[in-house]
Design a protein around this ligand. Structure first.
Ligand code: 4AD
Ligand code: MG
Length: 459
């Protein structure tokens, strides 16, 4: 048999009349379904090169009919055959097999079955789930979305910076870091001679590059040891962190909005089959939602207005798990979702937060009470982006850092304000959360190849 196979993607890309002129092609892949009526058999073959399958037909007249009838679900196979146009069938063509070869059989204890299996079950079989329709679509869109992110920033002239994964600082100052050590008994006097941890954010490191390249971004894995057991938190996730010099909070919001819209458009263009699948089986209406987002301006709302609206909602009888709404509080997901789902009905920028609940590096506003912080909230999820204008005034920043005792080892970060500093802003997009938003997948564990959450490290 001819060894060089043509991919399913290539087959679909060919004009049908040209394809039908071919005498013989070799295809290889894995069996998604195999059924026969006694005189003719049909295999749906998936080869991973695109979301679609092809149909391979084998006839009872062929010498291999009995053998191929037994090829199990999931087996790796190769066929030679003649492409034939099928104008009366749902698929545009099929391959009529002239020879068949079983490349990899499937043992009877194969955990995947043809019947629909729950996402919870598939999480336990994380090494097999990319073979299912849903995860085929999720992980191809994940790959395409990463490319979208790079194209957006590269087209705008941003420089991609690989900030380190191992660091001496806790950028967010939230204390939920994983320690890196070779010596569990004495992590501080170990390898680096000081406490080292996995990064919670590349922001501080990338800010230094913004002071040289103007517009930069980092995009990589991020680690947080928060034990939030929610559908939106993972202890390892990917974050995109752009930093823009000579930019204020309005410029920041413009960049966020353009980036999100660009990514949505890119995925819709590059993954139409996958997106149709999500729209049909995962989140009915997700396409409609995304098209609406593309055509609308994101609403901007000050935190103070958000609080007033939440207080009004409570007064009007709306029940939150936490109904004690006060200026200064950190909003919970239910509050964020009320604003984006009930009040706005789409993405909303909530900005100018109380300084006490936000990170030390954010620019203090003239009111002395708020900082120039912004979160992008979306229906179904709440926060998917968090950003701010940075405090560029040396004395103000130093006083803040001294107050919270976060200066140790961050003198270089303060120095950026001494050596040619300028106003600058940036943000962090949770890549996995953006993927959830675009695909409609409801659990972050179903958007990461091998999700990491507390008490879950099977693979
Ligand atoms: O709001 P965060 O904590 O902001 C920062 O880390 C800033 N340093 C960003 C910046 O200005 N450069 O995180 C940014 C985003 C969140 O909006 C959320 O989407 C995502 O990262 N995120 C998580 N995603 C999954 N699991 C977690 N545990 C996450 N924590 C944050
Ligand atoms: Mg945040």
């Amino acid at each position: 048999m001819q060894k060089k196979a043509i991919s399913v993607k290539q087959l679909y890309a060919m004009p049908i009349d040209e394809l039908a002129k071919l005498e013989k092609v070799t295809v290889q892949g894995w069996i998604r379904t195999n059924r026969n009526s006694g005189n003719v058999g049909f295999i749906h073959l998936h080869d991973g090169t695109c979301f679609k399958n092809i149909q391979v037909v084998y006839s009872a007249n062929s010498p291999f009919f009995a053998e191929v009838s037994k090829y199990p679900f999931g087996a790796a196979v190769r066929f030679e055959g003649k492409p034939v146009a099928t104008p009366n069938l749902p698929q545009p063509f099929e391959i009529q097999a002239t020879s068949a070869e079983l490349l990899g059989d499937v043992a009877p204890d194969y955990p995947l079955q043809k019947k629909k299996t729950s996402f919870e079950f598939l999480r336990e079989e994380a090494y097999l789930r990319p073979r299912t329709n849903t995860f085929d679509a999720v992980f191809r869109v994940r790959s395409v979305l990463a490319m979208a992110v790079h194209s957006f920033f590269q087209e705008r002239g941003f420089v991609y910076v690989h900030t380190p994964e191992i660091t001496g600082n806790d950028a967010e100052g939230a204390g939920s870091v994983f320690t890196v050590t070779t010596d569990a008994k004495d992590p501080i006097n170990d390898f680096y001679g000081r406490r080292a941890s996995l990064t919670v954010s590349g922001q501080l490191h990338v800010e230094a590059f913004a002071m040289a390249f103007k517009d930069v971004y980092t995009f990589g894995p991020t680690f947080r040891a928060e034990k939030s057991n929610t559908t939106r938190h993972a202890s390892e996730f990917w974050m995109i962190e752009p930093e823009l010099a000579f930019a204020d909070l309005d410029d920041d919001m413009e960049c966020i909005e353009s980036c999100i819209k660009y990514c949505i458009k890119y995925v819709l263009e590059h993954c139409p089959d996958e997106m149709d699948f999500f729209n049909k089986w995962i989140d009915k209406g997700v396409l409609d939602k995304l098209h609406k987002v593309l055509n609308a301006d994101f609403r901007k709302m000050e935190y103070t207005e958000g609080i007033a609206l939440l207080q009004k909602a409570v007064a009007d009888g709306h029940k939150f798990a936490n109904s004690k709404i006060e200026w200064g509080m950190d909003l919970q997901s239910e509050h964020e979702r009320y604003l984006t789902e009930e009040v706005v009905g789409g993405p909303v920028f909530l900005y100018n937060y109380p300084k006490e609940i936000k990170a030390f590096y954010m620019k203090e506003n003239d009111d002395g009470k708020t900082v120039a912080a912004v979160d992008l909230l979306v229906p179904g999820e709440g926060e998917i982006v968090g950003g701010s204008q940075r405090e560029e005034r040396y004395d103000v920043l130093k006083a803040k850092m001294d107050k919270i005792g976060n200066t140790n080892g961050l003198e270089w970060y303060l120095n950026l304000r001494k050596y040619g500093g300028c106003i600058h802003s940036g943000f962090g997009i949770g890549f996995d959360r953006l993927l959830m938003y675009i695909t409609g997948m409801a659990n972050i564990r179903d958007t990461e190849p091998y999700p990491r959450t507390s008490n879950a490290l099977k693979y």
